[in-house]
Design a protein around this ligand. Sequence first.
Ligand code: ADP
Ligand code: MG
Length: 373
Amino acid sequence: MSPTPGDAQDLLREAQEIAQLGNTEFFVPDSGVNYWSPQVYRILGIDPAEPPSHVRIFAGLHPEDRDRSLIAWSRAIRGTGRLELSYRFVRADGAVRHIEARYRLSRAEGGSLRAVGTLHDVTERKTAEEEARRAQARLNEVARLATLGEIAAGISHELNQPLAAITNYARACERLLAAARPDVTEITQALEEIAAQAMRAGEIIQRLRGMVRHRETHRTVVAANDLVRDVMSLLEMDARASRSALRFDLAPDLPLVLVDGVQIEQVIVNLVHNAAEAFISTGETGGEIEIRTRRGDNGYVEVSVADNGPGLAPGVEARVFEPFFTTKAEGTGLGLAISRSILEAHRSQLSYDANAPRGARFTFTLPIAPELS
Ligand SMILES: Nc1ncnc2c1ncn2[C@@H]1O[C@H](COP(=O)(O)OP(=O)(O)O)[C@@H](O)[C@H]1O
Ligand SMILES: [Mg+2]
């Protein structure tokens, strides 16, 4: 004997259980005729002996979702059509369920409003999404710490130099003072050297502090071109100092990006500052620095800072993003390292390529903000 198909009603009930979907019918004003399918009782954790009541759902709404839901309802019941709502429902035992509700509203006889709806329990999906978000945040934190670990290793190395110099000069002072007729000029020179080295050490620490300070990133939806415009006067100072010309090639109609604006402005300033310093180091005039924005591919806006200066020497290219790598006597070697870690925290990239016919070009991407519907 072959199996017989189940009863349509039973199958529907079973399907609702599998889908965690319940259905309801009620009237406004309350006519006393209400329907909840068994799955609604299960989702809301309400005793099936209780009569169905949409007022009971309002009573169980999570306090943070209550006002919004009631406003949506009071708006919807003035007309007809559809209403979609998502809210959290707090069961009598305190458990919270995430519900997506859909209603179709129509006029019933006598002018009352008939609402037919479904309640979908999406708690598992919401929990998984929440978990994924938390995992991503932990991952970002680990990445940040890893960068900091690298930086800390570099810093202890970097601090050794001024500290060793300070020790040497201090010893020299001792020796000079022990002489029968101490040479004041030499001692003064040694002391000046000590002060200068101490300043240098302090500066290194200062920079590190700025980086390590756990600043909550603050992302907002902004126009990439506005980030460039915000720092324009700073950039112009660099251009003037290096006697180079600043050019802007900002694409119109770019999609908005979702970034920490202050951090991205820091990146732009760093890159332009490096370009200006490259001109200053060679003493060449007639240099050009161009800042360009473009729509990149797959969800990013692309920003580049290019110059026609000396560019990166062979062998240097591979190392410029390392913390403390610098070719400048007064450099910290942190500008590009910090810029790259800022962009990585934005799940974006910073890369270098040679500019043609000469010079350097640094390009980074910024994530486009999700469309708000
Ligand atoms: N536009 C550029 N042109 C030539 N060299 C550059 C440019 N930008 C960066 N560099 C090189 O990369 C190195 C690292 O840069 P950065 O991390 O900003 O540290 P710093 O500017 O303190 O040296 C610089 O010392 C320089 O050699
Ligand atoms: Mg720099």
